[in-house]
Ligand binder design. Structure first.
Ligand code: BDR
Ligand code: CA
Length: 329
């Protein structure tokens, strides 16, 4: 690991595109992947743990601790997304089960230990979340001292414009809206900078079937073959000749933040609405008269919101890193 590699932790609900994110974080020399924590979301949490271990094994990263976290949202019923990600949550591609085993700690404890160890060593970690924010809400409310070891939270979730789980809400925030609201509130209180990598950019970085075929051809059941198989699955499922790298874009945003167009904006999570529950309400008004006369008052939380992405740059970063990482696990 180069001494300049940036320490990162991923919180995931693996998930086809979480797998894409893990493959990039596990193979890029500029990142020091310290831990991965799992939460129920796209699939039940035990499937998420298995899928996550499968990915890390393919990437040859048995050194990275993986912990099981929250089974269900704080208040909502769990609603998985197997209609998107397949019955096993990772594309039903028939990849062999992992021999790696999870860390005995709960995800929240692994997050706490990793952040506090970083702080004690004079470092900070970047927390990249590609899943419902249940584990992170529990972490920041239970162990706020962990914030000393967190440089930034980059979360895939939310949308300025259109949702996906509902017309209003993006899946990760929809799945556990209270957790998302808690994380934004706690991050503001604890002075943790937050970047929202939402649906406004999520679908743009794509990989074509021909490129996926090239990855698969590397073979050896390593990172490249797995990456290609995951893209192929999505292309087949959605009948397209290219597929998004999805959550992996949030990892690209850590590596190459200049590939994003962002604005720091006030944000709230809708918790009360029926049709709009789980929506991220991002305030893009620019006239102070409107803001100061708004009966709701200005939201206390401001985050750096991704409004545009250099999608070719992120696609190439993902593909080239994984292709260059070698073929075997
Ligand atoms: C998000 O929800 C999940 O299906 C994906 O893994 C991604 O994190 C997109 O709304
Ligand atoms: Ca995800």
């Amino acid at each position: 690991m180069p001494p300049t590699a940036r320490p990162v932790v991923l919180d995931v609900d693996t998930g086809v595109d979480d797998a894409c994110a893990l493959l990039l974080a596990a193979t890029h020399a500029g990142l020091d992947l310290r831990a991965v924590t799992c939460v129920g979301g796209n699939a039940p949490v035990d499937d998420v743990v298995r899928n996550t271990l499968t990915v890390l094994q393919a990437a040859g990263r048995s050194d990275v601790p993986v912990a099981r976290g929250a089974e269900r949202p704080l208040l909502e019923h769990p609603r998985d997304a197997r209609h998107v990600h397949g019955e096993d949550g990772m594309g039903d591609i028939g990849w062999p089960a992992p021999t790696l085993r999870p860390d005995p700690r709960h995800a929240v404890e692994l997050l706490r230990d990793t952040c506090i160890a970083a702080a004690e060593a004079g470092e900070t970690v970047t927390l990249v979340t590609t899943a419902p924010l249940t584990n992170i809400a529990l972490l920041l409310r239970t162990y706020p001292a962990a914030a000393r070891g967190i440089a930034e939270v980059v979360f895939m979730g939310g949308a300025v414009q259109t949702g996906n789980a509902t017309a209003s809400a993006e899946f990760n925030v929809f799945h556990d809206p209270e957790a998302a609201a808690i994380v934004l509130d706690a991050a503001a209180q604890l002075a943790i900078p937050v970047t929202m990598y939402g649906l406004d950019v999520f679908y743009d970085p794509v990989v074509a079937t021909a490129e996926a075929d090239e990855l698969v051809a590397v073979g050896g059941r390593g990172a490249a073959e797995l990456a290609g198989r995951l893209i192929q699955f999505q292309c087949e499922r959605f009948g397209r000749d290219a597929a998004t790298i999805g959550d992996a874009g949030a990892v690209c945003a850590v590596l190459e933040p200049e590939g994003l167009t962002t604005q720091v904006l006030p944000i709230r999570v809708e918790l009360a609405g029926h049709w709009s529950r789980g929506r991220t309400i991002v305030d893009r008004r620019d006239w102070s008269g409107d803001l100061s006369h708004d009966p709701h008052g200005e939201p206390p939380v401001r985050v750096r919101v991704a409004l545009g992405v250099d999608h070719q740059r992120y696609s190439a970063l993902w593909r080239d890193t994984i292709l260059g990482s070698g073929g075997t696990s």
